[in-house]
Design a protein around this ligand. Structure first.
Ligand code: TXA
Ligand code: MG
Length: 316
């Protein structure tokens, strides 16, 4: 099989990516959070290929990407809370889980047979241009093999998926660097996954506190398996020292070859998290000690990903 085509961030690249998607192929593309592995969401065969390429269990549904709220409302039913959140944070790193409209023709593989659908309007200009050019909803999980670290560069996608993706639209490094925040609306509105939109922003918009997802409670989002985002090395969290054989993934004023943010900036740390974990994997490090990271703002999502990366692998 040939290596994936690398498509450049221009009109030709976008047109080629759209053409491949319309033909039923898989195309990885940048969003402001992480790179997505795209397939046209109404095309059963293409969506089935997404699961095969990632080695993803079929019970774990995908996020549908659309360019605007109007297309989103054609796919899902938005109540007042959903409309308020979409109005405040779209385009951006927020995914809303809403009741699915059967008339939208979304492949049942996308929703894993659920009566709800996860929808997102990304902010990245290339993602928006691509969604416009395809003129169809695009299902896209993160473009990594299931259970491994999400890609924040085109090279990460190629390293992880190689010939299992037809093309990669190269938009450089992703700005946010963490997957979107997932919020379910409806009868019991709740946060399903902390992510690139801080929980405090959702709370300010909704005017009240949210329940945090618990890492040892029942799995509320099928993708929230405990062991996930795993690098090859073992991780030790909240490390105040470095043991023999360990490499430090630092935060703040510590001496470390890999530092998420020497100044203790959580936005910078989120942007560096997966990039540093990929780079540490490439060094062949066997054990990684991670500095403590405050659990506020994007720190909540950073700590969520780190605790999953550190979880015993037999829980995957
Ligand atoms: O930032 C992102 O969200 C990236 C970019 C590419 O958009 N995508 C991403 O997709 O992280 P993925 O597949 O890695 O994570 C999607 C999560 C999974 O945990 C899945 O279980 C959950 O969304 N999900 C999808 N549909 C759902 C639904 N109907 N109800 C509950 N959870 C759902
Ligand atoms: Mg993922």
């Amino acid at each position: 099989m040939p290596a994936p085509e690398t498509l450049t961030a221009d009109v030709r690249g976008i047109e080629r990516a759209a053409e491949l998607l319309r033909d039923g192929a898989l195309v990885a593309f940048p969003t402001e959070t992480v790179y997505g592995l795209g397939a046209v969401a109404t095309d059963d065969r293409a969506v089935a290929q997404v699961f095969a390429a990632k080695g993803r269990p079929a019970f774990n549904p995908l996020i549908v990407h659309v360019p605007d709220i109007n297309r989103a409302e054609a796919i899902g039913a938005f109540d007042d809370i959903a409309l308020r959140l979409a109005g405040a944070f779209w385009p951006g790193p927020l995914t809303l889980v809403v009741p699915l409209r059967a008339s939208a023709g979304i492949s049942p593989l996308v929703t894993a047979g659920l009566s709800t659908v996860a929808i997102r309007v990304p902010e990245h200009p290339l993602a928006r241009a691509l969604l416009g050019a395809v003129d169809a909803p695009v299902a896209a999980p993160s473009a990594n093999p299931s259970g491994r670290i999400s890609p924040t560069t085109a090279q990460h996608v190629i390293d992880g998926l190689s010939d299992r993706v037809a093309a990669v639209l190269d938009g450089g490094p992703c700005q946010v660097g963490l997957e979107s925040t997932i919020f379910e609306t409806g009868n019991a509105p709740r946060l399903l996954r902390p992510g690139g939109l801080p929980m405090e922003a959702l709370e300010a918009c909704l005017g009240g506190p949210l329940t945090r997802p618990s890492s040892n409670g029942p799995v509320t989002s099928p993708g929230q398996l405990v062991s996930h985002y795993a690098p090859k090395a073992e991780l030790r969290l909240n490390a105040m020292d470095v043991l023999p054989g360990e490499v430090l993934l630092g935060f703040g004023q510590v001496k470390a070859a890999f530092n998420l943010s020497p100044t203790g900036d959580l936005i910078e740390a989120a942007g560096n998290l997966f990039r540093h974990l990929h780079a540490l994997d490439a060094t062949g490090a066997k054990a990684i000690a991670v500095s403590p990271i405050p659990n506020t703002g994007l720190g909540l999502a950073i700590n969520d990903r780190l605790s999953r990366a550190a979880a015993p692998r037999d829980q995957a």
